[in-house]
Design a protein around this ligand. Structure first.
Ligand SMILES: Cc1cc2nc3c(=O)[nH]c(=O)nc-3n(C[C@H](O)[C@H](O)[C@H](O)COP(=O)(O)OP(=O)(O)OC[C@H]3O[C@@H](n4cnc5c(N)ncnc54)[C@H](O)[C@@H]3O)c2cc1C
Length: 536
C-alpha cells in the first residue's frame, strides 16, 4: 500500500457503518482508505463455512431487515445490485413457542390477524398497528436521523403539528414506557405478549426497561412490513459489494491494520498510525468506528480530549454478553408443538414474558438464567443455499448472559472464577440444547457439527464487542439517541476537527442499518455529491 497516497478520508474499522460510509464517500468521488485490524473485513458480519464444507454460517450477525429497510440501502441499492447482492425474504419472519402455545407473525396482514384472532387478540393487534403505523415515519425518523442537524427540528415540528403540544408530551411518555405494562394493557393472551416481547432483546433491552415498549412496537411493525431479509450467500456478499464500490473509486482496504494513533496537524485529524509503524494521511476526514474508550483513551493524545469528554467516555457502559451456538444438521428441524415453525426465520423459545423478565434481570445481576430466551434462527428457510440440499443449519443466539458470572439461577453450574471458562460455556450450551431439544425433536440426532461462541470468543473476533456485548454499549435509554455515544450529547462530532465517531457505540446504535456511517458520510459529502449530480 502506498504510504505517500493522500486519501480524502481514512476510516478506522470495516464494520457495516465504516463500509457504508466508505461507499457513500466513494460515490461522491472521495478516495477512501479503510484500515481493519482483523485479517478480514466486515466486523460483526462474518460468514464462514465453519462447521463442515457446504454449511454457510453467519458466525455473528445474520438478519438484515435494518439494512434493507433503511436509508443506506435505498441510497446504495443500484451500485450493490450491479455487484451481485441479492436479498431474499420470507413471509414468516418470526414466531414464538412458549408455555401457553405458539404463534407466527406474517408479512401478510390477514394471516397475522388470523393468528391473533386465534389468541382472541385480533382487535388488540389491529388497534396497535392502527395507532402506531401513522407514527412510523416519526419513529424511524427519530431512530435514523442526524439528531444534531437542523432537519431534526423539522421532525419535531411535524410531530408537534400532528399531535399538538399536549399530544407531543404524551408521546414522550409513550416513548419511555417499558414493554411489560404496555403488553399487559394491550393484549389478553400470554402467547401474543411472548410473540412480541423478546424483540426488545434485539435492541439490547429487557421488557422492564424504559423505552422497551416503543422499541418492541417499532421492531414488530418493521418485521410485519419488511419481513426478515438475508443476502443470498450470506452477509459476506454485502461486505464484498461495499468494498468493491470503494475500490472501484480508487479507494483501498487494508487488513491486519491496527490503528494505534490518530495523527493531528494544526489541531485537525490528518491521518493514522498503525501498530507496525506505518502512517497514512487524509485530507478531509478521519472516521473512527471504535468504542468511545478506544477513541478517547487510546487513539487520541490525552491533551486533545476535554475533561468532560474524557469523563463521559470513561463512564460509557457495556451491556449483557452474547452467546452463539451454530449447528450443522443432517435434515431440517422438526418442531414438536407447532410444525409450522419449520418455515419461520427467527423463532423465540421461552416460557413467557415472566421468564424473559427474570432472565434479563438475572443476567443484569450476574446470574446465568435458568430458562433463557432461546433465539432460534433458521437461515435456510430464507436462503436454502446456506446448506447442502436436504440438510440445514441453526443459528442460536442467547442475549441474557452476564459478562461476569456471580452464580447460576438454576444452581447447576459452578461459577468458578466468574469468567466464561470453556467448562462454564459448555455446561451452559448443554442447558440450552437440552431445553431446545424439548421443542425440536430431532435436534440431537440430526446434529452433525456444533460451534459454541462465548463472550470471550465473540470479543476476540471483534474488539468493539467489549465483554461479548453484541451491541458495543448498553442500549438503555441513558445511553441512547442524544446520549449515544456520550452523555455530553456531542453526536458524531469529536473535540478534534475533521475527526468523526461512527459505529454501533454511536447514534442510532447497533444493528446492520449502517446508520451512523450513512449520516456522517452524507454530512461530509453533500457538496461533492451535488457537484457530481450537476456535472452529469
Ligand atoms: C452475535 C451478534 C449477532 C448479531 N445479530 C444481528 C442481526 O442478526 N441483525 C442485526 O441487524 N444486527 C445484529 N447484530 C448487531 C450488529 O451486527 C452490529 O451492531 C453491527 O454489525 C456493528 O457494526 P459497526 O459498524 O459498529 O462495526 P463492527 O461490526 O463492530 O466492526 C468494527 C470493526 O472495527 C475494527 N476496529 C476496531 N478498532 C480498530 C482499530 N483501532 N484499528 C483497526 N480496526 C479497528 C474491528 O476489528 C471491527 O472489525 C449482532 C451482533 C452480534 C455480535
Amino acid at each position: 500500500m502506498d504510504q505517500e497516497k493522500q486519501y480524502d478520508a481514512i476510516i478506522i474499522g470495516s464494520g457495516i457503518n465504516a463500509l457504508v460510509a466508505g461507499a457513500v464517500m466513494s460515490i461522491a468521488g472521495w478516495q477512501v482508505l479503510i484500515c481493519e485490524r482483523n485479517d478480514k473485513p466486515g466486523g460483526a458480519i462474518r460468514t464462514e463455512q465453519a462447521t463442515l464444507p457446504g454449511f454457510t454460517h453467519e458466525m455473528l450477525s445474520s438478519w438484515h431487515p435494518l439494512f434493507v429497510g433503511g436509508p443506506a440501502y435505498a441510497f446504495l441499492k443500484d451500485e450493490l445490485d450491479k455487484r451481485g447482492l441479492v436479498y431474499k425474504n420470507t413471509e414468516a419472519p418470526t414466531g414464538v413457542i412458549c408455555d401457553d402455545g405458539s404463534a407466527i407473525l406474517f408479512t401478510d396482514s390477514e394471516k397475522t390477524s388470523g393468528e391473533f384472532a386465534r389468541l382472541s387478540d385480533k382487535a388488540s393487534w389491529e388497534n396497535m398497528m392502527g395507532e402506531f403505523t401513522p407514527k412510523l415515519d416519526l419513529a424511524f425518523g427519530l431512530l435514523g436521523a442526524d439528531l444534531w442537524h437542523a432537519s431534526s427540528l423539522k421532525l419535531a415540528r411535524v410531530a408537534r403539528k400532528r399531535f399538538g403540544t399536549r399530544g407531543l408530551i404524551a408521546t414522550g411518555a409513550e416513548l419511555l414506557e417499558p414493554a411489560q405494562p404496555w403488553l399487559d394493557r394491550q393484549f389478553k393472551s400470554p402467547v401474543s405478549k411472548a410473540l412480541l416481547a423478546p424483540w426488545a432483546l434485539h435492541n439490547g433491552m429487557g421488557p422492564d426497561d424504559a423505552g422497551s415498549a416503543f422499541i418492541t412496537k417499532v421492531i414488530s411493525a418493521a418485521i410485519a412490513f419488511g419481513g426478515m431479509p438475508v443476502p443470498i450467500g450470506g452477509g459476506v456478499v454485502l461486505v464484498d459489494a461495499l468494498i468493491s464500490i470503494i475500490k472501484d473509486n480508487a479507494g483501498d482496504l487494508l487488513t491486519n491494520a491496527d490503528v494505534v494513533k490518530i495523527l493531528i496537524d494544526k489541531k485537525k485529524a490528518s491521518g493514522v498510525e498503525l501498530a507496525d509503524g506505518r502512517t497514512f494521511m487524509s485530507q478531509k476526514a478521519v472516521l473512527a468506528s471504535t468504542t468511545p474508550q478506544v477513541l478517547y483513551q487510546k487513539l487520541l493524545e490525552n491533551n486533545l480530549v476535554p475533561a468532560e469528554i474524557k469523563s463521559a467516555a470513561n463512564n460509557f457502559r457495556y451491556g449483557r454478553a452474547a452467546v452463539q451456538i451454530h449447528l450443522a444438521l443432517s435434515e431440517p428441524p422438526i418442531w414438536k408443538n407447532d410444525p409450522r415453525m419449520k418455515d419461520v426465520a427467527v423463532v423465540h423459545v421461552l416460557d413467557g414474558v415472566g421468564s424473559l423478565s427474570e432472565s434479563v434481570n438475572a443476567a443484569n445481576r450476574g446470574y446465568l438464567p435458568a430458562r433463557p430466551t432461546i433465539v432460534v434462527g433458521q437461515p435456510c428457510v430464507v436462503d436454502p443455499s446456506r446448506a447442502p440440499e436436504g440438510k440445514s443449519i441453526i443459528w442460536i443466539q442467547l442475549q441474557e448472559n452476564p459478562q461476569v458470572i456471580k452464580g447460576d439461577l438454576a444452581n447447576e453450574i459452578s461459577k468458578g472464577d466468574g469468567s466464561w471458562s470453556q467448562e462454564v460455556l459448555n455446561s451452559y450450551a448443554d442447558r440450552i440444547l437440552d431445553q431446545l431439544g424439548d421443542q425440536i425433536t430431532n435436534l440431537k440426532s440430526a446434529t452433525l457439527a456444533k460451534i459454541v461462541l462465548g463472550p470471550r470468543e465473540i470479543e476476540a473476533m471483534n474488539i468493539n464487542l467489549v465483554g461479548g456485548d453484541p451491541y458495543s454499549g448498553d442500549c438503555r435509554i441513558d445511553q441512547f439517541a442524544p446520549w449515544r455515544p456520550l452523555t455530553t450529547a456531542t453526536g458524531h462530532r469529536t473535540p478534534v476537527k475533521k475527526l468523526w465517531h461512527i459505529g454501533a457505540s454511536t447514534h442510532p446504535g447497533p444493528g446492520l442499518g449502517g446508520g451512523s456511517g450513512f449520516i456522517v458520510a452524507q454530512k461530509l459529502t453533500k457538496k461533492s455529491l451535488l457537484r457530481k449530480i450537476l456535472q452529469k
